[in-house]
Write a protein that binds this ligand. Structure first.
Ligand SMILES: [Zn+2]
Length: 495
């Protein structure tokens, strides 16, 4: 039933209402008071306490049977215990991991310290794409939902969720939304353009219904219709696709006083949030714009930024996030950039251990300025390892690196960089979609771009042509996830 709720908009029959009420009782996020200052941390700590209550192995590992306050060290022990437990589970149920552990002679008891995690080889997205059933740990009758994702790498991956997995996802989404100030009296306005193959609106809307939170979906690209929908539902928290929220904001702010809506927070989802875009959204709405990070393979809601805006809090009750140096595989120190590696600690359907994200970011230990003391954060994603290319003298560039410069010019709606080779020089054309009077805009964008080291070095060494900025008229439709960098250089060595 929860499964059907997460797939369809259904009118509930009385028996289904009862089932929904029962499902709600299993949610940890619903046991957290509306006035709790740190809902996500409270939910994670509750999971640690429940584990202690129900699992003697954890009590033995911790050397205690009660916890008054959960400390950071308790969290680390919780993660190691859950990792060992998940190793046991996949060893018994997943052919992929059983074969792997057997070949290496690896046992759960071998994982005692945080560094011991490095003994377990990373799982590649290609492993999952090649043999999704090798990861399936339950019978088909226990699978409540199967989901196929292509992701940015283009490989099709199939994932399976049980009812408990779905409830954990609902819990994770609910606590993330509560963490930005949403209460039982508020309405969440969900705005993703209805042009994607898979619409996150339905998932979020259904998750809210299961969690007992009010929500309203509006996918219209028409600015007036979006604003009217917000007025009608008196939305107090907004979640949506970053570029879509940005576009609606730029087009609406001249005609409407967006601050009058009294929105408490805006969650910019599914795409990176540059500081330039954040600034524009915050100035227009008069509230914080926060970023969120999710991975389908981990169950979507994995991290939410807090009001301190210095990193994105991880749902460490459900996931373990490590940051490694992709060249050596070793753990990176706090705040040092590397690749994020994820483990789903509670997943039953397709659990993944040390799964490569190819996302560049960092790990940040608590405490946090928002008052969190036990839950860690990831830094803002810096791009993808395989999304990089090089220009000029071999300086790396990646899809989000021009955001601050180009989107920092007021009125810019979006852009694309085209790289060609003109003789020995790289030729960069920035096609910029603009709203309003564009006089002076190309020069302003060029100034900002030329302040970037990667561009400056290339120009100084005569390996990049003078930059070209073309202004394109405002589009009438919305283009989803346009490729930011189009590299047309033939035989270009991307390594
Ligand atoms: Zn925080």
């Amino acid at each position: 039933m929860v499964f059907s709720l997460l797939l369809h908009q259904v009118a509930l029959k009385p028996i289904e209402r009862i089932k929904l009420m029962l499902a709600r009782t299993q949610l940890v996020s619903n046991k957290i008071a509306d006035d709790e200052e740190h809902p996500l941390q409270a939910q994670i700590e509750m999971k640690v306490r429940l584990e202690l209550k129900h699992d003697k192995d954890f009590r033995r590992a911790l050397g205690r049977s009660r916890l008054s306050d959960v400390t950071r060290q308790d969290m680390v022990e919780f993660h190691l215990h859950k990792f060992r437990k998940q190793m046991r589970y996949v060893n018994a149920n997943s052919t992929f991991y059983r074969d792997r552990f057997k070949a290496l002679g690896l046992r759960p008891e071998d994982i005692v310290t945080y560094e011991d995690l490095l003994k377990v080889p990373v799982t590649e997205p290609s492993d999952l794409a090649e043999d999704p059933y090798g990861f399936l740990c339950v019978s088909q009758t226990e699978v409540m939902r199967a989901f196929t994702t292509t992701g940015t790498s283009g490989q099709r991956k199939r994932l399976f969720y049980t009812q408990r997995d779905v409830l954990n996802i609902v819990d994770s989404i609910a606590s993330a939304i509560r963490n930005v100030g949403m209460t039982g009296n508020d309405t969440l306005h969900i705005m993703f353009p209805a042009v994607s193959a898979w619409d996150p609106s339905l998932m979020l809307d259904s998750a809210c219904k299961v969690a007992g939170l009010r929500s309203k979906v509006c996918s219209d690209i028409d600015v007036e219709k979006q604003l009217q929908a917000m007025r009608d539902s008196q939305a107090k928290v907004i979640i949506g696709l970053t570029s879509f929220i940005y576009r609606i904001t730029v087009l609406a702010r001249d005609k409407h006083d967006l601050r009058a809506f009294g929105v408490k927070a805006i969650i910019c989802s599914s795409e990176p949030l540059s500081e330039a875009v954040r600034h524009e959204i915050e100035a227009a709405w008069g509230c914080k714009a926060l970023t969120q990070y999710g991975m389908t393979e981990m169950g979507l809601a994995t991290a939410i930024e807090c009001f301190a805006q210095d990193g994105i809090h991880l749902d460490e009750g459900n996931y373990l996030c490590e940051c490694i140096d992709p060249a050596t595989g070793k753990h990176q120190p706090d705040r040092v950039e590397g690749e994020l590696i994820w483990t789903s600690l509670n997943m039953q359907g397709s659990p993944l251990l040390r799964y490569r994200s190819y996302d560049l970011s960092c790990y940040i230990s608590p405490p946090c300025g928002c008052g969190y003391t036990t839950v860690g954060k990831m830094g803002k994603p810096k791009g993808r390892i395989n999304g990089e290319t090089k220009i000029g003298l071999g300086d790396k560039i990646w899809p989000s690196m021009f955001d601050e410069a180009v989107l920092g010019v007021s009125g810019v709606l979006g852009y694309q960089v085209i790289i060609d080779k003109a003789g020995f020089r790289d030729h960069l054309t920035f096609n910029v979609e603009y709203h309003g009077d564009a006089s002076g805009v190309p020069a302003a964008i060029k100034d900002k771009l030329m302040a970037l080291d990667e561009i400056k070095i290339g120009l100084d060494s005569d390996l990049i042509d003078p930059l070209v900025v073309e202004i394109l008229p405002e589009r009438k439709d919305f283009v989803l996830k346009q490729k930011t960098i189009v590299d047309n250089r033939p035989l270009f060595d991307k390594k």
